[in-house]
Design a protein around this ligand. Structure first.
Ligand code: ADP
Length: 483
């Protein structure tokens, strides 16, 4: 296995076109969550190496900002092709460090390529404006310019595609980057460095550092050369990064936690809702920020929905991601399993009924059974907190108003889903839900063409869509006088 992926498995950091170790020589082990075994190491970089990477990015920006949009578009197309040419090897690397099934890993790598292609196209459309002037002798222009050096910090649940949404628009806009992948899953992030190098993206344009999250993060947030921080991860860390970035007034884009509701009305197509529910809940073993956290089923179909959901979740094949037919990999680590157990203990102590799964999987390690809990009530922990694991709690509701109020009763506002066969209800509920993204009769909605992002404490900014490049651009107003 390592044979095939070894070309992309870089056990070094990429700074200014050089693959280097930390000054201290210290490293961190990378563990395969399916086996508990060490795959390799990565450098334990701190503020010193990060500063060097920022300076390299700043130097590279001087020439990269002058490249034409067409040149950058072509580079991104090459990057897209390189990702697709190596989809299998990149997917295997991703499964080994993250645990998800190979099918999902290939899907993620494909999604990364799709984002890069989208931004290759958007690179050429960063239009400005020529505004009708209020003065006869002056002209009013508005142009768009790259913000400069950007810093990207990404999580372990989608170590490849979360970087695609950041490196893609950065290159498209003409920005240079310092990237910090999650410590648990650094190889997919380092592979971006290898891919960028391979397709001829100039040295210093993309730098990748691994190591101390706190020290790297501090340098990225406080160094005045960095103009923008883009982060995907927990709301807790996101808030800290926003606060730290305030000292140098950086732009910030934040993709933070979610608490997605999934509403099923009496008039819904139940089989379709169950199919959507399985996809929206158990993708990546429940470890995505858009995974359903709370199911709300209307009284008339509650029992039927719970029964069918339990039946479908019992059929999910749990196992090592690289094994054929596996749909559910392990959770990322032991801590994640303990958290899932806490949610279940809290629910059962308060009247919740386990109708599928409910315990650690016979495979051991951090494998967990896909779980469905009936009789969920708003005083249970998962009403407010993000589960990030394979538990599907199902609440019962009577009226549309009650369902919308329950769905909105959270400080989060990322994704939500609902199933109905009634057109009027579809519009009323869609407009009533305070979320950045809504799936109506659909459980999987992410695509590069659409703006991904949240409201409330789920974040700031959008990734993908034509909006996805805006955060990487500054607007400049130019007044030309004396005509
Ligand atoms: P998750 O719950 O998904 O692990 P985190 O917010 O803890 O989310 O991690 C997301 C990313 O943020 C990872 O790359 C992690 O290393 C990084 N991170 C964690 N703590 C800090 C910090 N203090 N400063 C900067 N980055 C951090």
């Amino acid at each position: 296995m390592l044979q095939k992926t070894s070309h992309f498995m870089r056990q070094a950091n990429l700074i200014n076109g050089e693959w280097v170790q930390a000054d201290s020589g210290k490293t961190v082990d990378v563990i395969n969550p399916a086996t508990g075994l060490k795959i390799g190491t990565v450098p334990y970089a701190t503020g010193v190496e990060t500063r060097r990477a920022i300076e390299a990015a700043n130097e590279a920006f001087k020439s990269f900002r002058k490249t034409s949009a067409l040149e950058r578009s072509k580079l991104l197309r090459k990057l897209h092709d390189a990702i697709m040419d190596n989809q299998d090897a990149l997917a295997e690397l991703l499964t080994m460090e993250q645990g998800k099934s190979l099918t999902e890993a290939k899907g993620e790598v494909g999604s990364s390529a799709a984002y890069v292609l989208w931004f290759a196209e958007e690179a050429r459309r960063t239009y400005g404006d020529v505004v009708p002037s209020p003065w006869a002798d002056r002209r009013v222009l508005v142009t768009k310019e790259p913000v400069g050096v950007i810093a990207a910090i990404t999580p372990w649940n989608f170590p490849s595609s979360m970087l695609a949404r950041k490196i893609g628009p950065a290159i498209a806009a003409g920005c240079t980057s310092v990237v910090k992948p999650a410590t648990q899953t650094p190889y997919s992030g380092l592979a971006w460095g290898a891919l960028c190098e391979e397709v001829g993206i100039p040295k210093g344009v993309v730098n990748v550092v691994t190591g101390s999250a706190a020290q790297i993060g501090d340098e990225l947030c406080t160094n005045p050369l960095v103009k923008k921080i883009t982060f995907t991860g927990s709301t807790e860390v996101g808030k800290m990064l926003i606060a730290k970035s305030a000292s140098t007034v950086k732009k910030v884009s934040m993709e933070l936690g979610g608490n997605a509701p999934f509403l099923v009305f009496n008039d819904a197509d139940i089989d379709r809702a169950v199919e959507g529910a399985i996809a929206a809940k158990f993708r990546n073993s429940g470890q995505t920020c858009v995974c359903t956290n709370r199911f709300f089923a209307q009284a008339g179909i509650y029992d039927k929905f719970v029964e069918k959901l339990a039946e479908a979740s019992n059929k999910l094949k749990v196992g090592h991601g690289l094994d054929a037919g596996v749909q559910q990999g392990p959770l990322i680590d032991e801590k994640a399993v303990e958290k899932v157990e806490e949610f279940i203990a809290d629910a059962t102590a308060n009247g919740g009924k386990i109708v599928a799964g409910g315990k650690r999987h016979a495979l051991g390690g951090s494998f967990f059974e896909p779980t469905v809990i009936a009789n969920a009530t708003p005083d249970m922990k998962f009403m407010k907190e993000e589960i990030f694991g394979p538990i599907a709690p199902v609440f019962k509701f009577e009226t549309e108003e009650e369902a919308v109020a329950l769905a909105n009763d959270t400080e989060f506002g990322l994704a939500c889903y609902f199933y109905t066969g009634d057109l009027g209800r579809a519009f009323r509920v869609m407009e009533g839900l305070k979320y950045g993204m809504v799936g109506v009769n659909e459980g999987i909605i992410t695509t590069p063409e659409a703006p991904f992002g949240g409201v409330k404490e789920s974040g700031l900014g959008r990734e993908g869509g034509h909006q996805g490049i805006e955060d990487y651009l500054d607007t400049k107003y130019v007044c030309i006088g004396g005509l």
